[in-house]
Ligand binder design. Structure first.
Ligand code: PAN
Ligand code: ZN
Length: 194
């Protein structure tokens, strides 16, 4: 295991950035083509310009057993068609690794599913401590008008499996109806093996 000396970083509680965190991931709509259910709305939005959907400030710690990884995620407000801005979502490669999310700002939903077909969602706002149990895929969604920001902590060797979600999506979508978020069945979703 890589030897790391004790250190501290600082969370900027205005913008959610971890100052001194070396890793920044920025995901734009172009990098998420095919993940929003309304392909026409995705292509129309991209004809005008690409947009930043979310960014991650990560610890940069080694992805190894024994280390604990952490980051903040900032999902910018907006919709693609009627579907709220969201993360790609993933299973952990090591399915038996869970995670903790802490809401810092804004309004969000945490969507979860298992490979056995169970589905769940947890509304999140400042102060929410949400638990992602082992074996549950997880995606977060900004259902508000301001950035939705949360802090996450997980095991260093958990790994990320994006491919399963890219292929299958989630069984439910979070869409805007009369200005409020509602969950609807994902018409394109198929359980694995079906
Ligand atoms: C989070 C996520 C982060 C971005 O740190 O990685 O919110 O979402 P995607 O990884 O799905 O793009 C986490 O769950 N880590 O395990
Ligand atoms: Zn995770």
């Amino acid at each position: 295991m890589t030897n790391i000396l004790p250190f501290a970083t600082h969370l900027n509680d205005v913008n959610g950035i971890i100052e001194g965190a070396p890793v920044l991931i920025q995901r734009t709509l172009r990098q998420m083509v095919g993940m929003y259910h309304d392909e026409t709305a995705t292509q129309q939005a991209l004809q005008e310009t690409d947009r930043l959907v979310y960014e991650v400030y990560a610890s940069g710690l080694p992805e190894e057993d024994g280390h604990i990884l952490y980051c903040t995620t900032i999902i910018h407000p907006g919709t693609v068609g009627d579907e709220y801005h969201m993360t790609k979502g993933h299973y952990h490669e090591k399915r038996n690794e869970g995670e903790v999310y802490v809401g810092l700002q804004g309004e969000g939903y945490l969507l979860l599913q298992t490979e056995q077909g169970a589905v769940s969602h947890v509304p999140m706002h400042k102060g929410t401590i949400a638990y992602v149990p082992p074996h549950w895929a997880h995606r977060t969604v900004n259902v508000g008008k301001t950035p939705f920001i949360f802090f996450a902590v997980w095991a260093g060797d958990a790994g990320h499996d994006y491919a399963t979600i890219e292929t299958q999506g989630f069984p439910v979508l979070v869409v805007e109806r009369d200005g409020s978020p509602v969950l609807v069945d994902n018409p394109r979703w198929q359980a694995s093996g079906s």
